[in-house]
Design a protein around this ligand. Structure first.
Ligand code: NAD
Length: 282
């Protein structure tokens, strides 16, 4: 009897919202703009600057409450104020993604504040020193890998039990074209980003049937403050390899990430999405 009732309700597309109360699910086209994501919560690591800041703004615009998680709390506060000024909901959360205890504390703080996490954007990263592998200072390999690769792993580990328990979630890892092709004078960075691609594919398969989608993006050179860490010569090298002949804008990457955080992304997981002005055609 219960089973037949359930079949009737689902045929009519009726969904329980509160115990004993049923509403008809609306078609996506019927929903008011932003309503599909209303009440949802996203964490953006490295959300105080560049691609992360643009992603926070975009997700807030799309209806997410956004936790701007960053090492740099001053800039994170500015990003939160910007989102609030535009009518969105956001809070700043301190995190050092290279430390697993810090990442766990970030997730706990967001759950205490908002009660749920629908999307995690593992975006925090550094370029590292630009030099040939044999000339890099001691410890540079560990420093870059600790933030750019271990930080992504810690983020996935910390948030997955919550997402799996709810049977839904989106994780977007920000890798780089350097992880697909290898950029000279950026060996730790290229290795870390290649690791992010492999990690994304492997974790996605572990959770593919459990409602959690894990994807990564591989931008080419994007106009953000990270470029202050690399030489003009290195930037020219990267731009020269882009068929569109220009750097990308953070908003262009944010739009792709926002789609990957949305319900519209429903049959893609473990995938690598380029945002490279045509540099990667594979
Ligand atoms: N800009 C590009 O050309 C480009 C291209 C491909 C990939 N990416 C990737 O995009 C991501 C964002 O880069 P961006 O260009 O916006 O750089 P950005 O320097 O503008 O922003 C990076 C943010 O990460 C934060 N951060 C750094 N270390 C951290 C740590 N240990 N814990 C927490 N936060 C930390 C910084 O405070 C900063 O707010 C990075 O992963 C980067 O590798 C950038």
């Amino acid at each position: 009897m219960a089973c037949r009732l359930w079949n009737v309700l689902t045929t009519l597309r009726l969904t329980p919202v509160v115990k004993g109360t049923w509403v008809r699910e609306m078609d996506v086209a019927e929903r008011p703009a932003g309503a599909a994501r209303e009440g949802r919560v996203a964490i953006v690591t490295g959300g105080a600057s560049g691609i992360g800041a643009a992603t926070g703004e975009r997700l807030a615009h799309d209806g997410f409450a956004v936790a701007i998680a960053d090492l740099h709390q001053g800039r994170a506060g500015d990003a939160v104020a910007g989102i609030a000024g535009a009518g969105g909901r956001a809070c700043a959360v301190p995190v050092d993604v290279s430390r697993e205890d810090s990442v766990r504390a970030m997730v706990t703080a967001v759950l205490e504040r908002f009660g749920r996490i629908d999307a995690l954007v593992n975006n925090a990263g550094i370029a590292g020193e630009a030099a040939p592998a044999w000339e890099l200072p001691a410890g540079e390999w560990e420093r870059v890998l600790g933030i750019d690769l271990s930080g992504v792993y810690y983020g996935c580990r910390a948030v997955l039990p919550h997402m799996l328990a709810r049977g839904t979630g989106r994780i977007v890892n920000v890798a780089s074209i350097a992880g697909k092709e290898g950029n000279p004078n950026a060996v730790p960075y290229s290795a870390a980003k290649a690791g992010v691609i492999g990690l994304t594919k492997a974790i996605a398969k572990e959770v593919a049937t459990r409602g959690v989608l894990v994807n990564c993006v591989t931008p080419a050179v994007i106009d953000t403050p990270i470029l202050e860490q690399v030489t003009e010569q290195h930037i020219q090298y990267m731009v020269s390899r882009i068929p569109m002949g220009r750097v990308g804008r953070p908003e262009e990457v944010a739009a792709l990430i926002a789609w990957l955080c949305s319900d519209d992304c429903s049959f893609s997981t473990g995938a690598v999405f380029d945002c490279s002005g045509g540099r990667a055609t594979y």
